[in-house]
Design a protein around this ligand. Structure first.
Ligand code: AMP
Length: 281
């Protein structure tokens, strides 16, 4: 595997891609790689000539400095995992490359800024769009792979691609889960052992809400029942539990049986913030 750390490495890659008329699949990550990330890499490997995975913990998307400081950064292990996966290139930039100068432009994603992650993490999507836009321009992929786990992020990035006419195909991949149902996440490694065993509660609440939705229960009853199940354990600090239209992410007020919808949850468990969602299609 080739490790690229700067612009000249990327220039060399682009010359090769152009000369061979090859395609390039790109997986942007913040590292602490797990099977979920690897599933995106595998998909990219099937659909492209070459695959490149970036590992960069982007400071501008963290609204909470404590979250940024404790975010895991096992870069040597990540590189081993990437090598083993058969990924062709790892892009491991430094802050000097990603933020040559302080960013002035700000992105505003309209209604997406006021719901769910937008509401609870002010400035988060501006940071995400800033870094993803920069990475798209630097890496120039044919296709870019993102996880449904970060549902609202996929909608923001689709908006970015459409509004700025990036010539990049977006591929959204299913969420990989631990055997007990917990969505895989780099932050799971930060959970205290006694919290790790409780974390599955979010998946259970989503699964139960899905059943209730399909049985025709009202949105407020579904929310009440899910909220009660989660907050019954004092270690959880629930931020939201929403049932939204999958395209617009607007919250449903009534259960008219509309599909596709997504049930989305965010909660702290101890100090660690977890998000998850389940799509009904
Ligand atoms: P992150 O390193 O957390 O920024 O994630 C990098 C990419 O991997 C994002 O597109 C995530 O949505 C995706 N991802 C994270 N967790 C999972 C998972 N459990 N299953 C599938 N994709 C995931």
């Amino acid at each position: 595997m080739n490790i690229i750390r700067d612009k000249s490495g990327l220039d060399e890659l682009h010359r090769k891609i152009q000369a061979e008329n090859a395609s390039l699949g790109f997986i942007p990550t913040m590292g602490a790689l797990h099977q979920g990330h690897l599933s995106l890499i595998e998909r990219a490997q099937k659909e492209n000539t070459y695959t490149i995975c970036s590992v960069y913990v982007n400071p501008t998307q963290f609204n909470d400095p404590k979250d940024f400081d404790r975010y895991p950064r096992p870069i040597e292990n990540d590189l081993k995992i990437l090598e083993k996966s058969g990924c062709d290139y790892a892009f491991v930039p430094t802050n000097d490359i990603m933020y040559v100068q302080k960013t002035v432009m700000k992105y505003d994603f309209g209604s997406l800024e006021h719901v769910m992650e937008g509401k609870f993490r002010p400035g988060h999507f501006n940071g995400v769009a800033t870094i993803v836009g920069k990475l798209f321009n630097l890496v120039k992929p044919t296709r870019a792979y993102f996880g449904q786990k970060d549902l609202q992020q996929t909608v923001v990035i689709r908006t970015l691609v459409n509004d700025l006419s990036f010539d990049i195909e977006l591929v959204i991949c299913d969420t990989l889960r631990e055997p007990d149902g917990l969505a895989m996440s780099s932050r799971n490694t930060l959970l205290k052992p006694e919290h790790r065993s409780k974390a599955v509660l979010l998946y259970k609440a989503l699964s139960q809400a899905k059943e209730l939705y399909l049985s025709g229960a009202s949105i407020s009853d579904i929310q009440k029942s899910a909220t009660a199940a989660i907050v019954s354990d004092k270690d959880f600090k629930l931020e939201y539990f929403e049932i939204v239209d999958l395209q617009s992410l607007i919250s449903l007020k009534e259960n008219t049986g509309l599909k596709p919808v997504a049930i989305c949850v965010a909660s702290f468990l101890g100090e660690i913030r977890l998000i998850d969602n389940m799509v009904i299609s």
